[in-house]
Design a protein. Sequence first.
Length: 496
Amino acid sequence: MSEASARILLIYPPSRTQTHANCPAGLTLLGAVLEKAGHRVRLLDANARHAKRNVSDIARIAAEYKPDVIGITLLTPMVKDSYQLAALLQNNGARLLAGGPHASLLPEEPLSHGFHVVVIGEGEPTIVEAVDALLGNVPMEQVRGIAYRGPNGQVHRTEARPLVENLDDLPRPARHLVNPLDYGTAGNSELHANLFSSRGCPARCSYCAGQLFGKQFRFRSADSLLDEICELNRMYGTKHFYFVDDAMSMDRARMRRFCEGMMDRQLGFTWNMMTRIDSVNEEMLSLAARAGCVRIDYGIESGHPETLKRIHKPHSVEMVRRIVPLTAQLGIKPCVFFILGFPWDTPETIGVTLNLMVELSPFVAFHPAVAGVLIPFPGTEIYQTYKEQFQLEEWWLTDYRHYSMVDIEGRPYFVSRLFPVGCVLDADFFHYSPAVIHAIRRVFKYMYFHKLRSEQRRRAGVKTQLLLKLSEMAYTVSPRLERMLFKVIRRTGSIN
């Protein structure tokens, strides 16, 4: 229990590309820890589907709530806007606390942008003591796992705090703090469907900045997962669940216990997971299918063997060719992720990846996410290797290296269709040649039409294909011509 109860506001800041169907788990977990310590907590997800807020909205809400401490999750693509938010929040007298992946990667940076304390690493074991230090109840230097400025302005970084050893000891997320109307209707059974089952990853993928949870795999017990699933069904009627950790099946014995527990309890629920290609086999996939697994997300990243080696992926193309069809044959839908635009990519290497995608297409759903084009996150091998060559130093603080959700009214038609959740090509991190840009667009075009075919929207696909070709051709001749032409087409009602 902390020494004094405080009013705390936890914020997931505005994103140019994200829209959330449910509250980020990090907020609800931290909220639970703080409530257990006796604090009053409010959660504010600025990207909630039905309650999106900008920095001005958040500053107004904070002024009305009058918190003693404001905690903000910092993520690299959103950090510039988060620092602008911090500047607005400084005026209301609250102490500012930074956490999240970007804060852990660069703990000194937030201290130069208005934050008073930065939590480094996992937030749950540190946040209560960090709040106590901000309130003046304990000396800063006694709190492990933080960075702060001393009276002389010098940055101090305290002793690292150990990771949470037993994930079962974490409290249940404070889901009662979530306003269901921010995400839809009050009776939305999928509002709290997201669960985590593990933390950490020892892999050394050259593009991944996932250092928040450390390099050591840690797993919740099967009984803990099963109990939480039953609790969510009882409280909210949830019958389908999403496990959001990156490699749920790495502990095969735990995975077997979980699947057998689902069947022994005769729950009849369905669930999705993300995991690594190299962590599954036919026996495990068959067991998962019988236990209700209906979808698995795989990060394949590339179809080019040399690229897989250069980015240190633990799987091979041959493994992908075997596991993905097997997953589908056993009744689980594989959803596959690829990354394009590595600094060494050429139209030929991207073409090799496209050929693999065509080969897998009868079995899979493709996921053309924002990160489908490489983002050089700080702290990664890619960033460190190429930051000087491509002037990547602190790109997240610049105005010209950002990307946003694509507005169909303000962008070329073909871009709005191929990159609906955000076009990283706008940032041009690696100064792609026109031929490489064309090759990347070709892959996104393939994924787009594969989705239309899988949804049996063939007539819409033929029409859209013609419009995409017309838009791209007109844009190549003159962006102004494309805008004028598609302004007329929109007025005629030929496109949405």
